[in-house]
Design a protein around this ligand. Structure first.
Ligand code: SF4
Length: 327
């Protein structure tokens, strides 16, 4: 398929691949009940703290295990326009949302992204931009310096550095992806911008060991990111919607000692513009852009209903993996 034949796609399987049996088709089939008939857990919205704008799936990379299948040719989610973004920023103001998150694809590839980002900051929101810090971002150095001057730490760039070793990072992201990412990280850090890093854990890798290794890398490279802080270095569990995972029932919260309020869908929503659709839509979270069961309509103000945890990502990434995209 086109994504895997992209010029810069990695040649082998993802080093982060999930090892498990294939998922039974009976699981995640009914929003109300699990395969064995128990009541499926759901999450109520507490407040829209973060509104994510998906800027489009086009990316300069084609990572082996990109959950949203971004690539230089995949425009399944088309570029979000500034005109469309304005409507949702208006609604977010009404809902007293704190932060606007930007994810792609690579946000800096969207020609209207600079206008959308500036608009969000000028309205008083905090802004979190997920980027690979490579050439698309570097083309916008003057914009970033200007926004940093005007808005300081209200703008944070979270750079995807999948692993603290070049070999694993490039196994996932493709050859020649390490040096440009490190250059971009150093540039952001040297110019005093607020920077965070997003990485992944290998199947057998302990989080404490990964943090130590990232810390050594940042110290060596002069990058101002605190590897001990879960906000500055976010380490994600892996996702694979085709591999077996337990379903989450209403009993699970007590058994696992977790609260539904900790999940991203309790305090976030994402805007996506799917190719072929008349306008952008609201979805429950950043992880499930295509499944119509998680489509909540075309207005944020109407999108605060409960979300049934009826997707393998709900289980593996959010409840059992404990991750949140805003952490
Ligand atoms: S993937 Fe996570 S954040 Fe998204 S709907 Fe499921 S539980 Fe909520």
């Amino acid at each position: 398929m086109a994504r895997r034949t992209a010029r810069n796609a990695p040649s082998g399987p993802s080093p982060f691949a999930v090892e498990a049996e294939a998922l039974s088709v009976k699981k995640f089939a009914d929003p109300q009940r699990t395969a064995d008939g128990q009541r499926r857990a759901s999450v109520a919205m507490t407040k829209l703290d973060t509104l994510w704008l998906n800027t489009g799936t086009l990316c300069n990379l084609a990572c082996a295990n990109c959950y949203i299948e971004s690539s230089p040719t995949n425009d399944a989610l088309i570029y979000l326009s500034h005109d469309h973004a304005v409507r949702f920023l208006d609604e977010a103001e009404e809902l007293e949302t704190r932060e606007i998150g930007f994810t792609g694809g690579e946000p800096f590839m969207n020609p209207e992204f600079p206008a959308i980002l500036s608009d969000a900051l000028e309205r008083g929101f905090e802004a979190l931009v997920l980027t690979n810090a490579m050439r698309p971002m570097r083309r916008h150095e003057p914009l970033l310096l200007d926004l940093h001057d005007r808005f300081g730490a209200r703008l944070t760039l979270r750079v995807s550095l999948d692993h603290h070793s070049q070999a694993v990072h490039e196994g996932e992201r493709g050859a020649h992806s390490w040096d440009p990412a490190m250059d971009g990280l150093r540039w952001l850090s040297e110019h005093g911008l607020s920077v965070a890093v997003a990485g992944r854990l290998l199947p057998d890798e302990k989080e404490s060991e990964a943090r130590t290794a990232y810390g050594s890398l940042f110290a060596r490279e002069g990058i101002s990111v605190d590897a001990d802080s879960p906000h500055s270095l976010v380490l994600f569990p892996e996702m694979d919607e085709e591999k077996d995972i337990a379903e989450i029932t209403t009993e699970c919260w007590d058994i696992l000692g977790k609260s539904p309020t900790d999940l991203m869908c309790a305090n976030s929503r994402m805007i996506v513009h799917r190719k072929g659709e008349a306008g952008p839509r609201v979805v429950a979270c950043t992880l499930i852009p295509y499944d119509k069961g998680f489509d909540l309509g075309d207005r944020l103000l109407d999108a605060s209903g409960d979300v049934a945890l009826n997707h393998p990502h709900c289980a593996r990434f959010c409840v059992l993996g404990g991750a949140s995209c805003s952490a």
